[in-house]
Ligand binder design. Structure first.
Ligand SMILES: Cc1cc2nc3c(=O)[nH]c(=O)nc-3n(C[C@H](O)[C@H](O)[C@H](O)COP(=O)(O)O)c2cc1C
Length: 346
């Protein structure tokens, strides 16, 4: 896929996720092989007003580049102004969020609400394209609901407005995150689009990623929830694409080591208090499926001192070594090459 200065064969992309894809998580996903990472969505109004916390969200480090800054809003002027502020940070591109189903966004006429106003969507896009010199991309859904799927009407409008690529989540707004993403619709979008298409929705394993490429013919794939607590997925997709098989596992030692690294980065970037608090949402996914984990999870989400959190994680690692010796945790190399669970508990 060619975008701006960048030319990568079958890129694997970290999806934008509010409260998840902050600097620390982006850095970790990058280290595991994500080709491109997205920031959390950023309110164009808040950015325009220079609100500190929001300006902070678009800070990009050298080592996480190429990175994309995602904006949301419902006004062409605010979006254009915010985009030129975001451009000063040097992102690979500016992405416009026309897919968020949440009430606080879509309820105010932004995000997925713009699927009901394709003309306005195109006007916002054209205003942003005019305001910046980096490429502008759009991330959206299939339509507002199953009765009003209009993505094939939207694609040429966005292309006329000057987008450089389109990321498409194969659900409608009404579906939120329910049911299955419709990969057939993504394939139709790819057939119609002249710009590169980034396919998104329900990639949970490396094999799903490969299937998404072949089912849709997309130029790139984007992984969201499948990477939470599991940044290893990027390395595994790369192995599968290059070598035809997944080579590396993600056992309890890897998971705990990355959880510790994530916490350290979170504290470094956000300070001791916020960094520790905001990590709480991640422990359940890092430790998912491990034996007797609920007691440890409860301790982790109550502890306020990050050094103590690390101690709890490391002592749980020793506990898991015991379970391993007793044969209670078996890691299968071969499970990585099918769709079964990562850890098989006896
Ligand atoms: C916690 C969470 C936060 C999200 N925040 C954003 C966001 O800020 N911008 C956006 O375009 N999509 C956001 N999404 C949607 C994802 O980018 C992605 O489109 C969706 O989760 C489907 O992909 P997946 O099945 O790989 O998770 C979010 C999803 C989740 C689960």
């Amino acid at each position: 896929m060619r975008i701006g200065e960048l030319d990568i064969d079958r890129p694997v992309i970290l999806a934008p996720m509010e409260d998840v894809t902050d600097r620390s998580f982006r850095r970790i996903c990058k280290r595991f092989g994500a080709d491109i990472v997205y920031t959390e969505f950023i309110s164009s109004e808040a950015l325009r007003r220079g609100i500190d916390k929001i300006v902070h969200k678009m800070r990009l480090e050298e080592r996480e580049r190429p990175a994309v800054i995602q904006l949301f809003g419902d006004s062409p002027e605010a979006m254009a102004e915010a985009a030129s502020i975001a451009e000063s940070v040097g992102p690979l591109c500016i992405d416009l969020n026309f897919g968020c189903p949440a009430k606080k966004v879509a309820g105010r006429g932004a995000g997925a609400a713009l699927l009901k106003e394709p003309e306005k969507m195109a006007r916002i896009t054209a205003a942003v394209v005019k305001a910046v010199s980096v490429p502008v991309t759009v991330k959206t859904r299939l339509g507002w609901d199953l009765e009003s799927i209009n993505i094939l009407d939207i694609v040429p409008r966005l292309e006329d407005a000057g987008i450089a690529a389109l990321a498409i989540h194969g659900r409608t707004r009404s579906e939120m995150y329910r049911g299955n993403a419709d990969w057939d619709w993504i394939a139709r979008v790819k057939e119609r689009a002249e710009v590169p298409v980034i396919a998104n929705g329900d990639i949970w394993t490396a094999h799903d990623a490969l299937a998404m490429f072949s089912h849709t013919g997309a130029d790139a794939i984007m992984i969201g929830r499948g990477s939470i607590g599991n940044p290893f997925i990027f390395r595994q997709v790369k192995e599968l694409l290059r070598e035809g098989a997944v080579r590396t596992a993600a056992g309890f030692r890897d998971r705990i080591a990355v959880a510790v690294e994530h916490l350290r980065l979170s504290v470094e970037f956000k300070g001791e208090k916020r960094g520790t608090l905001e990590m709480r949402r991640h422990y359940a996914t890092y430790l998912k499926g491990l034996p007797r984990v609920s007691r440890v999870r409860n301790l982790l989400v109550r502890e306020e001192d990050w050094r103590q959190v690390i101690d709890i994680l490391l002592s749980y690692e020793s506990e898991c070594e015991g379970y391993e010796r007793e044969g209670k945790i078996r890691e299968y190399a071969e499970f990585l090459n099918d769709h079964s669970k990562r850890l098989v508990l006896k």
